[in-house]
Design a binder for this molecule. Sequence first.
Ligand code: 1GP
Length: 236
Amino acid sequence: MYTERYEEWRHVFKLDPEREIDDASLERICMSGTDAVMVGGSSGVTFENVVDLLARIRRYELPCALEVSDLEAAVPGFDLYLIPMVLNTERTEWLTGKQVEGLQAYGSYIPWESTAAEGYIILNAEAEVARLTGASCELDTAAVLAHVRLADRLMRLPIVYMEYSGRFGDMRLVSQAAELLTQARLFYGGGIVDATQAAEAAAAAHTVIVGNIVYDDIEAALTTVEAVRQSAIAPI
Ligand code: 1GP
């Protein structure tokens, strides 16, 4: 199954289809040695801008995943489809509502062998995704770890995603989460702007997602690839 391949991913660049990236920069990202590119964003994701970005990424050989946050933008042709389920919100449309809508509309066409759910725990209240989903981000350690167990043990989700989008997170907490997992893979994303932070995140989580810095400082973004590669693999 293709889903097994993300189990080897240590470093992933996340590209936002709503944001501009020139050909030269995209080439540097795709040729950087990263394990994969993930396409996703909290807003402004359309069928057109996803198709356009996918076509440009397909000039290169690396795997390309789509994080499906909007049904309208579920474009065929990706290697992997990641379906976010926000665990720390009371607004159930972000946990199961939109997912059920999608299954009702496209259930028979979903490529299950290349589709995986991500249990999102959103931990930066300032992030756009937190505002959009009404996430309760003020969780203490015990509450975060309870959400991790909910995802890993009760729901048996294959991926737990600790999302600090826009802010570098608490790596001690991320490590504690990783240690609790019995079968899920831990994705960490948020605020990585240099090699040092990338290495710290790689020591705590299984997979490190680097987003915004691609658009703000591509040289710095590129240094994160080697930093993660040099880091010891977090305990599973
Ligand atoms: C966002 O987790 C990713 O969904 C990456 O976060 O953009 O802050 O790097 P940044």
